[in-house]
Ligand binder design. Structure first.
Ligand SMILES: C[S@@+](CC[C@H](N)C(=O)[O-])C[C@H]1O[C@@H](n2cnc3c(N)ncnc32)[C@H](O)[C@@H]1O
Length: 209
């Protein structure tokens, strides 16, 4: 199959075979990035790179990662097409493996594989299958995320009502000062949610109170 094209507003990208084709979840994330030139952004699971490119168009610096070599190759060529190599660095690896321990970001954005599905399913696809209940990737991400956020940083995370977003909300509310559903959209089989969480609580300070 030949590559597909996808776009958000005036930004076009090519989407190669084996790479997640931007959909409503991608566009919800793109529409709510609200980056500024001062932002340092980490986009996990960048796929073809569209979210990273939208984040960078305001002047923000972006690191975009993916575990899939196909996605990395695709994102690199889209970033080069938009001449954004000076602003967007693409790194391959799973979760926070490609991030150095001292790197922290003002925004971390992730549209994870969130649908129920395991490697035992014939239709398994690592671009959207998030484990038996659709939560494995999300929970692994959440368990590590706050240490890579600046004290005033913000997290944007796509979730679906098909994979128990109440658990995500509960996790976020325990660790961040403010948690809100920044955007949502209903479809006939699910509701997509975009969680925004801000300001990880500094537990060392709390203990002193
Ligand atoms: C739903 S797609 C989103 C792609 C793109 N960000 C978008 O919004 O169109 C999820 C992406 O996460 C990547 N991914 C899955 N598990 C990952 C992991 N453990 N670490 C990094 N990337 C992962 C997949 O390869 C896929 O590109």
């Amino acid at each position: 199959m030949s590559p597909a094209a996808a776009f958000f507003e005036d930004i076009w990208v090519m989407v190669n075979d084996g790479v997640y084709e931007p959909a409503e979840d991608t566009f919800m994330l793109c529409a709510n990035l609200e980056t500024t030139p001062d932002d340092t952004v980490l986009e996990l699971g960048t796929g073809c790179g569209l979210v990273a490119i939208v984040a960078a168009r305001t002047g923000a610096k972006v690191i975009a990662t993916d575990q899939s070599p196909l996605a990395i190759q695709n994102a690199k060529s889209n970033v080069a097409f938009h001449n954004l190599q000076n602003q967007i660095e693409i790194r391959q690896g799973s979760f926070f493996d490609p991030i150095k321990p001292d790197e922290q970001f003002s925004l971390i954005a992730f549209n994870p594989p969130y649908l129920p599905g395991t490697t035992k399913d014939p239709a398994f696809d690592p671009t959207w299958s998030g484990g038996t209940e659709g939560r494995e990737v999300t929970e692994n991400f959440l368990s590590q995320c706050s240490k890579y956020l600046l004290p005033t940083g913000r997290l944007l995370l796509i979730q679906s009502t098909l994979s128990d977003p109440k658990k995500t909300r509960a996790h976020l509310e325990q660790r961040y000062h403010t948690v809100q559903i920044k955007a949502e959209k209903a479809f006939f089989f699910e509701r997509l949610l975009l969680f925004e969480a801000q300001n990880p609580i500094n537990t060392s300070k709390l203990k002193k109170l």
